[in-house]
Design a protein around this ligand. Sequence first.
Ligand code: AMP
Ligand code: MG
Length: 474
Amino acid sequence: MVPIKPHAYAELPDEFHTCQMWQGFKNPLLVTQNVELKKELGFQDVETQKLLEIFNGSFKIKSLKPLSMVYSGHQFGQYVEKLGDGRGLLLGQTDSAEGVIDIHLKGAGKTPYSRFGDGRAVLRSVIREYLCGEAMHALSIPTSRALMIIGSDEIVIREKSEKAAMLARTSKTHIRFGNFEYFHYNNKPEHVKALADFCIDNYSNYFSKTKDVYEDFFKSIVDQTASLIAQWQAYGFNHGVMNTDNMSILGETFDYGPFGFMEDYLPTYVCNHSDHQGRYAFKNQPYIGLWNCSALGHALSSLISEECQGEILKTYESTFQNCLAELYRKRLGLRKSKNGDAHLIQSLLDIMESEKLDYTNTFRNLATAVIEDHTGELSSDVAKAWIKSYQKRQEIEITSSEKKIKLLNENNPKFILRNYMAQEAIEAAEESDFSVIEKLIEVVTNPFDELDEYEHYAEKSPAWAKDLEISCSS
Ligand code: AMP
Ligand code: MG
């Protein structure tokens, strides 16, 4: 028995989606599967080959009602009236300890929302999405994940010819800010309400039926968004395409495209080479999160007064700042918050910026600063002075070096997914060698461990990686 059931979204009126089957590959092949996630979801008894056939559509579960969703969204600040799952399909849902989980196929062929696209995803982009989902999950950052990558011999055209692949993706929801925008701008307030009610009924871990039910619904989304973006900032993650159609209403990282983990600390870092204006630069993410929430608020205008929206949006900044301060405090190995902590962290960031230090490694190597007056990165005079004040601050609450080091190493990853690592996995996979994916999964899912044999992945990227350009094409 395969524990996938029809998605509750299929019960919503036809205007919300198109129920349809999908186009599997003629010669599907297993690129990789997520054994851990399979276990977590209770899929461990489903044979790999069977699961592959299910996702490819060669084995049909008759009861399922696969569907493509319609949505719209603001892309790079401009409203685009009809987007929707152009190459994705909500296959169904499964129960888990944390509530229902969506099972979605990315790259499953054309849908009524494909516009000019071919409905496919390339192997390169699904490998990146798979690796990053696991890397983020290991850092406890809310994210979609993936169960399986299905490869093919089908060729699709992007900037060059590439192999198509499918990703079987899981997430708590696939409802985006853009689903609400679609109905709002199509003048369907009754559907906006039906969708909000659907969310409140189906995601009871997030929303509750209070007196001010829609205000609280919106407030919860604003909170989750602020908290998610604080987590991105704390770990140096740049999403790259923070359009409202890529924003989950449950605050999960979603729709990985040209993402990147920042290496040298650079607030103006832009991972997406197609983003010429730098709208989605690292330092802009907190503001864009708020901009997106206000776009959602606007789409909820038929349910929440403008005044109320304004009040709720005002809370975004403090939620964001509090979450970020908490995360940075952890990264400094501090238990309690004290006056002066904000200054301490800002001075560290300033040093990283002016000395072009690796964000991840500077934090990781703070564990050395516990016993020495300089670490590999922090060795300039300014940095040494900073370490002195840091040591003094840390001493107030913890005196044992052992405890300090443990706390620091538990909160500062040694390994992140650097772009070049994903690139190595992609280049090997394009030659049918999927072993690099497996190796990298071991690294990124154990980011806090020493992993001596993978020491080189904790170093700065090699010189050749500087020219890697990640665009929107996927
Ligand atoms: P994304 O940049 O992946 O978030 O996609 C933006 C929009 O374009 C979504 O509506 C996608 O479904 C659609 N899209 C992206 N790539 C394709 C494709 N190859 N075929 C059809 N639709 C696509
Ligand atoms: Mg998208």
